[in-house]
Design a protein around this ligand. Structure first.
Ligand SMILES: [Zn+2]
Length: 455
C-alpha cells in the first residue's frame, strides 16, 4: 500500500480533520456527572458511520459502548482500537483560559476538556481509516473499534461487555493511544500495567475512648493492635510476609530485563521531580521496582487524637488503609483472601474490608506483532520508541490480555504537558496530526506483516 499519497491527503485535509475533532470536543461527556455522555456516544456513531464504519451502540449498566468494525474477510488479521469518549469534570472553572468545551487554538495547541484524554487520540484512528479508505477504497486488515464512556469512572461496564462479547471482539492485537508521551519527546510503546488491591483494616477495643492514666495498661489500644498486625505483614528487608504473597509472580524474561536497561533515567532529576532528593538508584533497579515488582503501601492511618497539644486517651478504634500494587500473575481476589487469612491468624478481631481492585496485565515483548508496532512507530516518528514492559500504575488493560486473551499495546499520542484532568487540557496540533499518521503506519505495517506471513 502506498503510504505517501495517504500522508499527503492528511496534509491537505488538516483543516477538515481539525473540524471533525472540534465537533466531537464540543459535545460534553462527563461520565462522573452523567453529563452529555449518551449524546456524545450518538455523535461518535454518526462520525464513524460517515467514514463508512459499521457502527453500533451497546447499552451497558452504565454508559454506552460504541463499537465499530470494517471487516474484509473474517479470517484476516484484525486490530482492535480501544479508546474512551468520556471526560473528567471541568472544575475549577475559573482557571480555564477559554471555556472548557469550546475548542480554542493558542500557540500551536488545541485547548479543550477531553482533547488529550482521550477524544483527540481516539479520533486519530478514525481519521487514519478515513484517509486510507479514500485513497485505496480498502483497508489492508480488519479493524474494530471499542470506545467506552466510563473510563474516567473506573470502566465498570467494560469487563462485563468484553466477557459477554468475545466473538464480536475477536482480534489479534488491541491498540490504545492514551496518555502523554515522555518529557524527552520520544515515542513510547507500553506493554502492560501493574494491578492494584485496596484494603481497609479496622481494630476496635473498648467501647469508647478511655483515660490513658486511669485505664492505662488495662484497656488495650487498637492503634497498637494494628501496628503489631502490620509488623507481621512485612519484615525489615521490606519483604511482604503474608503467606503465599509472592507465589504466582512470573519470573522476568531476559528480554524484559534488557528493556529496563534501555529506559532513560536521570537519578538527580527524578529525585527532584518526586521531592525526594535522597533517591540513589540506577535506572534498571528504578524501573524494575517501579513497574515489575509488587508493593505494600500504607495510604493512611486514623486513630485517636490528632489535634493541637495532647489529649491523654486510649482510643477506642483505629483504621488503616493499605494498598498493594500487583504484578503478573498475582490475582487481586487471591491476594485479598491471603490478607484475610493472615489477619485471621494474627489479629482475629480486626475487620478486613475490600475497597477495590484491578488485575495486572503485560504483553510479552517477544510477541511478533509488538515488534511490528515498534517498527511502525519508529518509521512514523523517525525516532526509536522507548519500549517499557509495564507502567507503575494501573489501567483496565487486563480486559484485553486476560478476558479477550490477546496482546495489547499502548502508544501515547498526546504531548507530555497535556494537562489532562486539570484546567486548560490541551493537545499540540503537531501531536494530533502525528497521531493520525502513526495510526496509518500501524495499519499499513500490520497489512505488510500479514502479507509476509502468507508468502
Ligand atoms: Zn483520564
Amino acid at each position: 500500500m502506498d503510504l505517501q499519497s495517504v500522508l499527503s491527503l492528511i496534509n491537505e485535509r488538516k483543516e477538515e480533520y481539525l473540524e471533525t475533532l472540534f465537533t466531537l470536543l464540543r459535545q460534553r461527556s462527563i461520565s462522573s456527572q452523567n453529563d452529555g455522555v449518551v449524546e456524545c456516544a450518538e455523535l461518535l456513531k454518526v462520525i464513524m458511520e460517515d467514514i463508512g464504519i459499521n457502527t453500533k451502540i451497546y447499552k451497558t449498566e452504565g454508559q454506552p459502548i460504541v463499537y465499530g468494525e470494517i471487516i474484509n474477510d473474517p479470517n484476516d488479521l484484525t486490530i482492535l482500537f480501544y479508546g474512551h469518549y468520556d471526560v473528567q469534570p471541568v472544575d475549577p472553572l475559573d482557571q480555564w483560559l477559554s471555556p472548557p468545551f469550546e475548542p480554542t487554538i493558542r500557540d500551536g495547541k488545541i485547548y479543550c476538556r477531553g482533547v488529550g484524554d482521550n477524544k483527540g487520540q481516539l479520533i486519530t484512528h478514525l481519521l487514519a481509516v478515513k484517509t486510507m479508505l479514500d485513497v485505496h477504497s480498502k483497508l489492508p486488515i480488519n479493524i474494530k473499534f471499542v470506545f467506552e464512556g466510563e473510563e474516567e469512572s473506573t470502566s465498570v461496564s467494560l469487563p462485563v461487555f468484553v466477557e459477554s462479547h468475545k466473538d464480536l471482539l475477536k482480534a489479534d492485537l488491541v491498540y490504545t493511544a492514551d496518555g502523554p508521551m515522555p518529557v524527552t519527546g520520544e515515542p513510547l510503546v507500553l506493554l502492560g500495567v501493574r494491578g492494584v488491591l485496596c484494603v481497609e483494616l479496622t481494630a476496635k477495643e473498648a467501647e469508647w475512648d478511655n483515660h490513658s492514666g486511669n485505664k492505662g495498661n488495662i484497656v488495650p489500644n487498637p492503634a497498637w493492635t494494628l501496628i503489631d498486625l502490620l509488623s507481621t505483614m512485612r519484615d525489615h528487608n521490606h519483604k511482604v510476609t503474608i503467606d503465599g504473597f509472592y507465589d504466582d509472580i512470573l519470573k522476568l524474561t531476559q528480554e524484559e530485563l534488557d528493556l529496563l536497561k534501555k529506559l532513560p533515567f536521570d537519578n538527580e532529576k527524578v529525585g527532584k521531580e518526586i521531592g525526594y532528593k535522597e533517591l540513589n538508584m540506577d535506572g534498571e533497579t528504578y524501573y524494575r521496582k517501579l513497574t515489575l515488582e509488587p508493593t505494600f503501601n500504607i495510604q493512611g492511618f486514623i486513630s485517636g487524637y490528632g489535634g493541637e497539644g495532647s489529649k491523654t486517651i486510649i482510643p477506642s478504634e483505629a483504621t488503616v488503609k493499605i494498598d498493594f500494587r500487583l504484578v503478573l500473575d498475582q490475582n487481586p481476589s487471591d491476594i485479598f483472601e491471603k490478607v484475610c487469612a493472615h489477619v485471621e491468624k494474627h489479629a482475629p478481631g480486626v475487620k478486613v474490608k475490600h475497597l477495590g481492585s484491578m488485575e495486572p496485565s503485560r504483553t510479552p515483548y517477544g510477541n511478533r506483532l509488538i515488534k511490528v508496532i515498534e517498527e511502525a512507530v519508529e518509521e512514523s516518528y523517525q525516532q526509536k520508541p522507548i519500549v517499557q514492559p509495564s507502567l507503575g500504575g494501573s489501567l483496565p488493560d487486563y480486559v484485553w490480555t486476560k478476558i479477550l486473551q490477546v496482546p495489547s499495546v499502548v502508544v501515547p499520542y498526546a504531548n507530555f504537558d497535556e494537562q489532562n484532568h486539570s484546567p486548560n487540557e490541551n493537545m499540540d496540533l503537531e501531536n494530533f496530526y502525528n497521531g493520525i499518521k502513526c495510526s496509518c503506519y500501524v495499519i499499513e505495517a500490520l497489512g505488510a506483516y500479514k502479507n509476509s506471513m502468507k508468502n
